[in-house]
Ligand binder design. Structure first.
Ligand code: BDP
Length: 711
């Protein structure tokens, strides 16, 4: 009897240790191998000492207590005296009174972590100018332990390279999420402001752990209701919850709000009544939320209202709002994602054409928010030509963390490689090294105002992000927003041990799988520079055949231009000449077939089916081989993951294994559809040795999908 009980208990324990629903994200704090990290650190971590108290400092202490209890399996608590082995939290302003001198970074959110001696006692010191800097330092210290890195010679100085590190939620007020694949919106508007869900606090904590300091709560396709007094109270409740975690709240401003809410006959940005309406609205918001961050605006884009409805330009619209928020230190993030049906020009060129002439015309507190590429968050795009082209305007890059075009919630895509590719892309605006990251950080043209945006992949799924691995993309966005020079590999090296409790060899195979995952998707969706060939409207699955829609630039045939002779969008001088929007070094590289990177080939060139690729294959064979390779690579991921059974949490293993099986089916579906469709133009065989698709093109074209999420 006793033995059965024991076995039952052990099974229970084992189950609880091995059933991870993902809610804890990267802040798991499971026990680490202490001998490894503490072997050279002679003073045992003994207690936590803080010179001052505040809400944020209490959060930091709490985090340390919980974190250390989990990681070190012992209680380390706050203590009123410094002891050998204390973790000491010190604000710079308290140094003189305690005769301690440390060099903290100038940046308010910067911090240091170091081993030092205070009152003859060896301690670990975390110090900053601000409470939030200390909290960031605490999270970094815990991250070091989570990675089982040595702590005996700590000498860390960190500060963010970008000022405003912002998530953009595309959450609607009815809790659906545009392009959201992780359930419904976190914001339960119905029970706000009275009820604060634990989830809001956990959200703020997760963001603070990676340095995210702003959040746009709702969709850029904006609803003016959010600006009514009743809803502002709800927003305030969230702002109050996030504040101690250093997170400011922003809202989208629907440009026609003065008409919809103010009953004015116009929303013309130069109309005195409109100006007054916004001034009053802004004052009303700041009265309730004194540290409100400001507005994001999607104007005259995809049917949204904007200044052009009144013959005004983007600067007129942005500046009117900028003047309203300026007295409160608010900012305006004005999106450059514009393209018009009336303009018969290559969609890739339109944002540049509209915005470049406005350089220097924006008020000081306006940022122009530019998507990473000129079309739309594709699996691969060359960087947006606006980067570097508006030196007198702070530009901020917008990345998409949610996987609208990269397999939604069924595909494993580690997007840090995509983000890195973009942030490190060299615009040559001021010679070599003028990267998109540097421009976003304001460092190329010395703008003190800087920001970066990531379209959130977060919903109310228990694991926050739908696909368990999509957590890594939230994490990676935050880390890159803090330091755009980090590599995707370094970030994986952090995230994996924080997320998985496993051995080094398993960590390495997880990393390999992650590092190649985005390229795999490019291979089976849009190889060699193909783009925008996904399913109509919901964007799920392949749709290279999409044509005859209300706008040409919403179809696939517009982008791939396949015909009997060849395939690809000619953006050189013989075509749309979009390439000329880049600085000469880059323009030359992309325009010239000898130097254009093959991953952008069909983005810039229309080429015959028998064009010779660097591999020696003709283009047709090359395209087909990429599609087949992509599907094979998913099989490779499946094998890697299968071998990890028993090495990673059982629940994670089961879930990812099933998702990879779906991903494989989807990869084959993409491959077969695209190969058969393009074959109808190339009239060439699938290269020998590759299996034939199991259905014909008609079958793939006939597939229809209802209720795809996020649509
Ligand atoms: C597109 C999305 C659409 C967004 C739009 C945007 O399909 O849902 O509203 O971007 O960024 O990629 O405004």
């Amino acid at each position: 009897m006793k033995a059965t009980k024991l076995i039952f208990l052990l099974t229970l324990l084992n189950l609880s240790a091995f059933a991870d629903n993902g809610y804890r994200l990267w802040l798991k704090y499971d026990a680490i191998n202490q001998t490894k990290i503490l072997e050279n650190y002679r003073e045992e971590i003994s207690s936590i000492y803080s010179f001052k108290s505040s809400e944020t400092i209490s959060i930091a202490i709490n985090e340390l207590e919980n974190g250390l209890e989990g990681l070190l399996q012992k209680k380390v608590q706050s203590d009123p005296t410094i002891k050998p082995g204390s973790i000491v939290l010190l604000k710079e302003e308290d140094q003189p009174t305690h005769k301690i001198t440390v060099d903290v970074p100038d940046h308010e959110h910067g911090y240091i972590i170091k081993n030092t001696i205070i009152d003859q006692k060896p301690v670990i010191l975390i110090s900053s100018k601000s409470d939030i800097g200390i909290l960031y330092g605490v999270f970094n210290f815990l991250r070091i332990l989570q990675q089982e890195l040595p702590i005996e010679n700590l000498s860390i100085t960190e500060e963010p390279k970008i000022e405003n590190r912002i998530l953009n939620h595309w959450d609607n007020l009815d809790r659906t999420v545009e392009r959201g694949y992780a359930g419904f919106s976190l914001w339960n508007w119905q029970t706000l402001p009275g009820h604060i869900e634990q989830r809001y606090i956990d959200y703020a904590r997760a963001n603070a752990s990676i340095g995210i300091n702003g959040t746009v709560l709702t969709n850029v396709n904006a609803n003016s209701t959010i600006l009514t007094p009743e809803w502002i109270k709800k927003v305030k409740a969230l702002a109050d919850t996030f504040r101690p975690y250093g997170i400011k709240v922003y809202l989208p401003a629907r440009f026609s709000s003065p008409i919809e809410l103010g009953k004015l006959p116009t929303a013309d940005p130069l109309d005195p009544q409109v100006i007054e309406w916004w001034e009053k609205k802004v004052a009303e918001i700041y009265k309730v939320i004194p540290d409100f961050g400001g507005f994001i605006v999607k104007a005259n884009s995809e049917g949204q209202p904007g200044p052009q409805d009144y013959g005004r330009n983007h600067a007129d619209g942005a500046n009117m709002l900028a003047k309203a928020v300026a007295p409160f230190n608010g900012i305006i993030m004005w999106r450059a994602f514009v393209y018009s049906n009336e303009v018969p020009d290559d969609r890739a060129k339109q944002a540049y054409n509209e915005f470049k002439p406005l350089d220097g015309k924006f008020d000081k507190n306006v940022l122009v928010q530019v998507k990473n590429g000129a079309i739309d968050f594709q699996p691969r795009e060359p960087f947006h030509p606006l980067f570097g082209a508006m030196p007198n305007t702070p530009l901020m890059v917008e990345l998409q963390i949610t996987q609208e075009y990269l397999g939604m919630s069924t595909n494993l895509a580690y997007l840090a490689t995509l983000f890195e590719e973009n942030l490190k892309a060299d615009t040559y605006a001021k010679g070599k090294g003028s990267t998109v990251g540097k421009i976003t950080a304001g460092k190329l043209d010395n703008h003190s105002l800087s920001a970066i945006a990531g379209v959130a992949n977060i919903g109310n799924d228990i694991n926050w992000t739908g696909h368990p691995f999509a957590q890594s993309n939230w994490y990676a966005f935050g880390r890159l927003a803090w330091d755009y020079e980090l590599s995707s590999e370094e970030i994986a090296d952090e995230w994996i041990p924080m997320t998985f409790n496993t051995d080094k060899a398993s960590e390495d195979s997880i990393k390999n799988m992650m590092m190649g995952s985005r390229e795999t998707i490019v291979n089976y969706m849009t190889p060699l520079g193909l783009h925008h060939i996904m399913g109509w409207s919901h964007h799920y699955g392949p749709g290279p055949w999409i044509k005859d829609k209300p706008r040409a630039d919403w179809t696939s045939v517009y982008y791939h231009q396949a015909d009997n002779k060849g395939i690809g969008f000619d953006r050189t001088a013989t075509g749309s000449n979009a390439v000329a929007q880049y600085f000469p070094e880059v323009a030359r590289q992309f325009a010239n077939l000898d130097t254009c990177p093959e991953e952008y080939l069909l983005w810039f060139h229309h080429l015959p089916w028998d064009y010779k690729l660097k591999s020696g294959d003709i283009l047709w064979d090359g395209i087909v081989k990429h599609y087949y390779l992509g599907a094979e690579q998913v099989k490779g991921m499946q094998n890697t993951w299968n071998a990890l059974e028993g090495k990673v949490d059982a629940e994670w293993h089961r879930s990812v294994k099933q998702l990879l099986a779906i991903q494989y089916e989807e990869a084959v579906w993409w491959r077969n559809s695209c190969v058969l469709y393009f074959q109808s133009f190339s009239n060439r065989p699938i290269p020998a040795g590759l299996p034939k698709p199991d259905h014909d093109l008609e079958y793939y074209e006939s597939l229809e999908f209802k209720y795809v999420p996020g649509n």
